[in-house]
Ligand binder design. Sequence first.
Ligand code: 2P0
Length: 351
Amino acid sequence: MLRAQCLRHPLEECGPVNRSAKQLSQTAVAHPNIALIKYWGKADAELNVPAVPSISITLDALATTTSVSFDARLETDSISLNGLELDADSKQAQRIRDCLDQLRVLAATTCCARVQSHNDFPTGAGLASSASGFAALVVAAAAALELELSAADASRLARAASASAARSLYGGFAELPAGQPGEDVAAKAIAGVEHWPLEVVIAICAEGPKTTGSTQGMLDSAATSPFYSAWIDTATADADAARAAIMGRDFPALAAVAESSCLKMHAVMHTTRPALIYWNAATVATLERIRSLQQAGMDVFFTMDAGPQVKAVCGPGHGAEVQAALATVPGVHRVLHSGLGGPARTCDPCS
Ligand code: 2P0
């Protein structure tokens, strides 16, 4: 990995030699995405290349807003998340610095940055905060450095930091292909929000951060789950079926393949050693309630990630009824309702 570690600059120049701004700042907003076909497993752990294709929808009701200022007077990168300064030695801070380093190489600068990021939803609880976080970071930092990156280039940089972030560069429906070791893959758009305005209801089944992060969890799964090879072998067919269902707006077909992808991933998680069990009692009760809604003819299906929250994907216009039904499930703390969101973008002012 190329590095351009940050330095304090005596001449207070921040950027390529043809610019002399003391401070370059931009703010960006990005939304989390929910995978309908799940990413779990790496073809290349160092370059963070996924071993399976994944397909997602981007949510409009949740957002990360990130401001990045490259400042010649700084001696180190300074990073705050939800108003708290990150410990410079933490893995999270290192991951953010690595991502900034990639952008510094492209801009031929070694200036340090001040990063201030805020999520308007629970962080690290299976609501894809790393996806929206790294998408917003890449877009804000690239704009601050006046880099004109294509969405695919920004997606590649976000993927190197956190693979699910590659998908949050796009609104609506997005796909991140599987790659070979060393392959610098990017996500791409499949369809926009207007193609099929699905709704998502999120049942918050626990508020705290998760016990095992996805990055370590999926490495453990590859090393220990006897189901991992079957997971890899069936992923491409699942992605093909989901893509066709999305293009044809075939809700039952999408529901069948998305629930299967989710449950296969959790079967791999459950058979990992040590076992990755992200569900709690409210998670299971919510699944049962969604099954009842399906039996009553409602267009709804479930998906779950590396956390206890259940995401109910609903046909257009069905979200409010599903929200009311899930709000009364025992153990559910609260219920969020979202439409599909737009791409990661710069914003000034950001509401
Ligand atoms: C997904 N997850 O497709 C799956 C489903 C969690 C379960 O993408 O190691 O935080 O940073 O690439 O992106 C979470 O994985 O992992 C994830 P890294 P990331 O949404």
